[in-house]
Design a protein around this ligand. Structure first.
Ligand SMILES: [Zn+2]
Ligand SMILES: [Zn+2]
Length: 70
């Protein structure tokens, strides 16, 4: 289960990619993948980004005062 299908720019289509033999000891966690169609290496680093989007969102909502003076 080491291959994944990704879009390859060189092949201009979705190709099965596989993890190359990693010299850094990442084994199957290596962020590098090789296109089995053309042999191009791509870097998939999706898991390296925690994507802290939600923390930024709610700052605006706190400045609303519920005071209603008529
Ligand atoms: Zn690696
Ligand atoms: Zn390719």
């Amino acid at each position: 289960m080491s291959d994944r299908e990704l879009y390859c720019d060189t092949c201009e289509g979705v190709q099965p990619f596989e993890v190359p033999p990693c010299v850094d000891g990442h084994d199957r966690d290596c962020p590098e993948l090789i296109c089995t169609g053309c042999g191009a290496a791509v870097l998939i680093a999706t898991f390296a980004f925690p994507a802290p989007r939600l923390a930024d969102r709610r700052r605006l909502a706190t400045s609303r005062s519920g005071r209603r003076a008529a």
